[in-house]
Design a protein around this ligand. Structure first.
Ligand SMILES: Nc1ncnc2c1ncn2[C@@H]1O[C@H](COP(=O)(O)OP(=O)(O)OP(=O)(O)O)[C@@H](O)[C@H]1O
Ligand SMILES: [Mg+2]
Length: 327
């Protein structure tokens, strides 16, 4: 097929200049997302997932952040070269975001209907009435119990789950080509989480791509086609869901998988990865994972491991990935 790649990121490097010092929150990150594909981005807290995601629609707060290097091609366009008006047109319409906290996306001062109508009319030629009807039909689609009434509600009058549904409706109603969902259900309880994912899956059009950020490997397994594992500002491993779960090659991925809670008898055991993610101001030289890695050897301190191809699209940034995968 011609041009199945919707998004292609090359060597993205994002730095923050803070009072404590300058550091790269995202360091030389490259990956792609095909049309219609759901790609998961997983890794411990602070490793640069959100910063990676916010770079795509150019939402990195600047200062203190700056995209130092890289290329973000979306539909063949270089997003880093667009001017402010052009990038605003892409946000919301072609690329939409679902955040962890609905309150960051919904205005507390406006009724739901009004917010949706404005968003629709900003990107499409519609009369007020037409936009109202479309918005209301989306509230029905995301199963807001009384959609007609819901249009007149203020966000604070709705539960967290309802607000999250509305945010999903708003993210999908403009029929984006790429949805970036950053921990979209972390604030919700487990049953609602499942419903929200079901909804996203159902509502998403076949050609819509998604970057799904989560800590939850269960969600990755349920939802994603391909997975990116990120550790301390870099991609540690990339592969299909089966590559990652059946043949993890990077020691970090292997440790992450071990940390999934297992049911033994009636006890839930969670094995945490030993050690902590270092602060980006103090990443070790060479491989960022080396001081937590059970396989560390001399070369790891001297050289940054690059992603090496193992098998098709399966790649890992570890000098001994080939050995580990065979073991
Ligand atoms: N606005 C900012 N100013 C300074 N540092 C920042 C800013 N935003 C992020 N960082 C730093 O960049 C690094 C990466 O943060 P990021 O939010 O991308 O992590 P994350 O992987 O999304 O973590 P989590 O799973 O907790 O959401 C962290 O060290 C964070 O403190
Ligand atoms: Mg985050």
């Amino acid at each position: 097929m011609i041009n199945t790649q919707l998004l292609k990121i090359n060597n993205l490097t994002v730095a923050f200049r803070t009072d404590e010092g300058v550091f790269n929150a995202v360091d030389d990150v490259s990956f792609h997302i095909n049309r219609g594909e759901i790609v998961g981005l997983v890794g411990e807290s602070g490793c640069g997932k959100t910063v990676t995601a916010l770079s795509i629609p150019r939402l990195i707060p600047s200062p203190p952040g700056i995209i130092e290097k890289g290329k973000i091609a979306f539909n063949g366009m270089d997003l880093l070269k667009l001017d402010a008006t052009e990038i605003r047109k892409i946000r919301g319409k072609a690329i939409s975001m679902i955040f962890q906290e609905p309150s960051t996306a919904l205005s507390p001062l406006q009724r739901i209907g009004q917010q949706m109508v404005e968003a629709l009319r900003l990107h499409q030629k519609l009369t007020n009435k037409e936009a109202w009807n479309i918005a209301e039909s989306w509230l029905e689609k995301v199963r807001i119990p009384d959609a007609g009434e819901g249009m007149f509600a203020y966000p604070h009058q709705l539960s967290g789950g309802m607000q999250q549904r509305i945010m999903i409706a708003m993210a999908l109603m403009l029929e984006p080509e790429l949805i970036i969902a950053d921990e979209p259900t972390t604030a919700l309880d487990v049953t609602i989480q499942a419903q929200v994912f079901e909804l996203i899956r159902e509502m998403r059009q076949e050609q819509t791509s998604m970057l799904l950020i989560t800590h939850d490997l269960g969600v990755i397994w349920e939802m994603c086609d391909r997975v990116l594992v990120m550790y301390a500002s870099r991609i540690a491993e990339e592969g299909t869901k089966t590559d990652i779960f059946s043949e993890p090659a990077h020691p970090y991925t292997r440790e992450l998988l071990k940390s999934i809670p297992k049911l033994s008898g009636n006890k839930k055991r969670l094995k945490a990865i030993s050690g902590q993610v270092p602060s980006p101001l103090h990443y070790p030289s060479g491989c960022h994972f080396r001081d937590r890695c059970p396989h560390e050897f001399e070369r790891c301190a001297k050289e940054k491991p690059q992603l090496i191809s193992l098998n098709g699209g399966h790649k890992a940034a570890c000098f001994i990935a080939n050995k580990l995968i065979e073991a």
